[in-house]
Ligand binder design. Structure first.
Ligand SMILES: [Cu+2]
Length: 267
């Protein structure tokens, strides 16, 4: 219905609502544009110098323009209260329960995305700044913590199961970054000192999207959407959406690989 907007293909459950809102905003703004342009042209012709050599000190006495202004304000109020606020409230106030969602911690840094899965125990292991090593342990994960034993960390590689709510806890190690995946219709700044949750449900696997687009190379991409420094342009991550079974297999393999080691994410 909103194909005419030319947005990236949709791959998240809530995305149709967002596209709808964007579509309606364009329709209303087009109507406003036509209305104001017509008024502008009318004013240029009607109040031209040849017809009005002397200024009119009385001005307009009819209330028509007031009613038109009220009409515009009503349309804007409908946009805000009828569409934007309910959509925002639904997105912001109703996250899925943590036990039915997959919780992933995503930490931005100049210039990479660190992805942290809590593993089977659903508990994120302790992190310690003393253990932090930019090459081998960029999150400073303490593998001696029992909760960290099954944790999986990745750099710029995010794997997600299809059709399951994902809660991303966004954090930053240095400056403000922004986690944006256009196909999921999500974009949120990560701010140092805060943990900001966002959630979405990917509903098209990478494999399906490749078939749909006829492009075997297609990848969902995490683009850093805030200018965060000289390397901003190469701050890209890849999201691979898999079936639940594929994802579980992937996670188990990574957990086995990384268990107990110095949490080298490149292994
Ligand atoms: Cu960035």
């Amino acid at each position: 219905m909103t194909e005419w907007l030319g947005l990236p293909p949709l791959a998240a459950a809530h995305g149709a609502q967002i596209d709808n809102l964007i579509g309606w905003i364009h329709v209303f703004m087009f109507i406003l544009f036509v209305g104001w342009s017509a008024f502008f042209l009318f004013a240029i012709v009607r109040f031209r110098k040849a017809r009005n050599p002397v200024a009119d000190y009385k001005g307009v006495t009819s209330h028509r323009s007031t009613y038109m202004e009220i009409g515009v304000a009503v349309v804007e109020a409908v946009l805000l209260m009828g569409f934007a606020i309910p959509l925002w409230a639904a997105r912001d106030n109703l996250p899925p329960a943590e036990h039915e969602a997959l919780v992933v911690q995503v930490t931005g840094e100049q210039f990479a995305w660190n992805i942290h899965y809590p593993g089977a125990d659903r508990t994120f292991g302790r992190t310690d700044i003393a253990k932090l090593d930019l090459q081998s342990n960029p999150l400073g994960l303490d593998r001696d913590d029992p909760a960290a034993k099954d944790d999986v960390t990745m750099v710029n590689q995010m794997y997600l199961p299809v059709n399951r709510p994902i809660i991303v806890r966004l954090r930053s190690k240095d400056v403000i970054h922004s986690f944006g995946v256009p196909e999921f219709r999500v974009k949120q700044d990560s701010v140092p000192g805060f943990t900001i949750p966002i959630w979405f449900t990917p509903n098209v696997t990478t494999a399906d999207m490749r078939t749909r687009k006829g492009n075997p190379e297609f990848q969902y991409e995490i683009a850093c959407a805030q200018l965060c420094g000289l390397g901003h342009a190469r701050m890209r991550g890849v999201v691979t959406v898999q079936t639940a079974e594929e994802f579980q297999k992937w996670l188990d393999e990574r957990a086995a690989e990384q268990a107990g080691d110095a949490s080298d994410p490149f292994r």
